[in-house]
Ligand binder design. Structure first.
Ligand code: ZN
Length: 192
């Protein structure tokens, strides 16, 4: 079958090779080469033969699955054993060993990324997502964020019989803009 331009039906098309980079979370970008077409009449470029989509998705999926080993190494380097990982998440014994042998699924990869993003989630899971473990997690995350993204952080926590008072002070430098800053913490921290 002869390839034609899907936009203008021109047969004056040529093969081109593109090379683009795509992000893989917590890993290096993957560069994927594609053999596409360019229309010399209307300058439209694309997969006119409709054969490249599958190849592209396969390459992108492979690159993402390949990052699983890196994610597991990163988690282990934070002092978390894969045994604890499995125990906390109630995964069958040696699940991560299967992942290491390349038996990866999309959901397993998603789970690895979430734990790589916030390893302390394992402690919450290990405590059956109890109210107190959730509270502890959120409290620690707040301090962690404050510590990491604030110049000269200072804080105090006063607990008396009647009330708990928490004060955090410092100049935030954050990679996103928090335009509304008010004394109402809800308006600062919501919307994240
Ligand atoms: Zn065209």
């Amino acid at each position: 079958m002869k390839n034609i331009c899907p936009l203008c039906d021109s047969e004056n098309i040529e093969k081109i090779e593109t090379c683009e980079s795509y992000p893989v979370p917590f890993s290096k970008n993957v560069t994927i080469k594609q053999h596409l077409f360019r229309c010399n009449t209307c300058e439209h470029e694309g997969d006119f033969s409709r054969t490249q989509d599958k190849v592209f998705i396969k390459k992108l999926t492979e690159a993402n699955f390949k990052s699983a080993q890196e994610l597991m190494d990163d988690i282990t380097n934070q002092g978390i054993t894969m045994t604890y990982f499995e125990k906390a998440l109630r995964l069958p014994f040696r699940t991560t060993a299967r992942w290491k042998r390349g038996k990866m699924s999309h959901s397993a990869l998603a789970l690895l990324r979430l734990i790589r993003f916030s390893p302390a989630l394992l402690d919450v899971a290990d405590n059956n997502f109890s109210e107190s473990s959730q509270a502890e997690y959120r409290f620690k995350q707040l301090f962690h964020f404050f510590d990491k993204h604030t110049i000269n952080p200072s804080g105090s926590y006063i607990a008396t019989k009647d009330k708990n008072e928490l004060k955090l002070e410092g100049t935030c430098f954050v990679p996103f803009s928090m335009q509304t800053v008010s004394s109402d913490p809800k308006s600062i921290w919501s919307g994240q």
